[in-house]
Design a protein around this ligand. Sequence first.
Ligand SMILES: Cc1cc2nc3c(=O)[nH]c(=O)nc-3n(C[C@H](O)[C@H](O)[C@H](O)COP(=O)(O)OP(=O)(O)OC[C@H]3O[C@@H](n4cnc5c(N)ncnc54)[C@H](O)[C@@H]3O)c2cc1C
Length: 392
Amino acid sequence: MYDVIISGAGPSGSKCAEILAKNGFSVALLEKDSNWRKPCGGGVSSRIFKYFPQLKKLNPHTINKISMYSGDYHKLEHEWEGLREKSIVMDRLELDNTLRNVAVDAGATLLEGYLSCDFLTKMNKKIGIKAKTSSGKQEVKSKIIILADGMSSKLARKSGLRGKWNVEDLGLAKCAILEGETTLDKEGIHVFFRPYKGYGWIFPLGEKRFNIGCGTFEEDNLNYDLNEIYTGFIEDPHIKKILSGQNYKTIWSGSFPLPAKGVLKESLYGDNIMLIGDNAGFVSPISGEGIHPGIVSGEAAAEAAINALEQDNISKKTLKHYGKNRKIRKIIQNFKLKRSMVEFFYENKGRNLSNMFRLAERNDDFRENVVDMFLFNAVPSKEFFAKIRELE
Ligand SMILES: Cc1cc2nc3c(=O)[nH]c(=O)nc-3n(C[C@H](O)[C@H](O)[C@H](O)COP(=O)(O)OP(=O)(O)OC[C@H]3O[C@@H](n4cnc5c(N)ncnc54)[C@H](O)[C@@H]3O)c2cc1C
């Protein structure tokens, strides 16, 4: 019997496991497949180093510039060399395995090849997880269960904490790691907003390697075909200026959904169970950044679990500390605001978004505000929105 089982060893599960293990609790970290590469841009701001200083030792690919484009290709460029620490772009296979190893080094037990498929119950109480493995079904018991197995978690639905996502509550994205000649600045990322609810990106990963992708979100998931817009994106003349070479080698490609409407506040915890990361909606609306908020949710859930185990009370009432955590409340608030910004930006086929780019072209301070909002999670002022409206 473990103190805690965590289903899913992505960034949120691994952080959670590391903290619990460091505090002397026994943790089983169940992972269906450590060789699975999560479809993701792999872009992370330097805030991740506070949670995983170990990443610095890997010398990850660093970023100090961004070029952002509106749907009608107004361009905004910003560089933060010497002003802020550099951001990084990582291949998710390397990132996830590094974070898993940190949890294992802290004392967590990684159960590799374990696909969680149901709860183990006794007298209507969840006492563990049933998992499929190559050698048959396994049962793992614990006092607390934490679900960190991403968007498509079947257990989250079985827990009764949340239902199935509506397609309008999601982003849908397709991406690839390609290799070949480009005109990319090796320390610069490109983000392309579209006239519809969607965006694309090109993130350099090395000398010739880059991550490229695009997607739609909310109602436009139903109005656009993901494969078609991906092909259209790669072949767009503006993108071709960057993808100046020919015959790109595909290292890997994949597509995956992501939550688009913010944290599922009412679904975070129940009796001896908590949901973290993508599973609970910890992805920033607009930017799609989910690695850092997922890690923060893993930390908060670990702290709530430690408190509950120390009090020998694992009820919903005690686990509410997770939802009340200061960082979690801040993320919920911030994402709520971002949600309202999405509505504002995409009014009239993204007109306010285009106006924002036109203003940024003219004014350095405004441009910095835009970058702070998209990349570094800053909350823009009322004047920021007023200026965009004035341009109408
Ligand atoms: C196309 C795309 C691009 C993105 N780009 C970025 C980006 O550039 N930057 C950023 O910050 N965020 C990005 N995101 C969001 C980011 O990928 C997620 O928010 C982040 O991975 C969430 O981490 P997590 O640990 O909660 O879940 P995940 O990373 O999804 O990890 C879940 C883990 O659980 C495992 N698992 C799943 N089911 C089971 C099961 N039944 N049993 C056992 N294990 C299971 C999986 O194998 C996986 O290891 C992107 C998302 C998508 C879809």
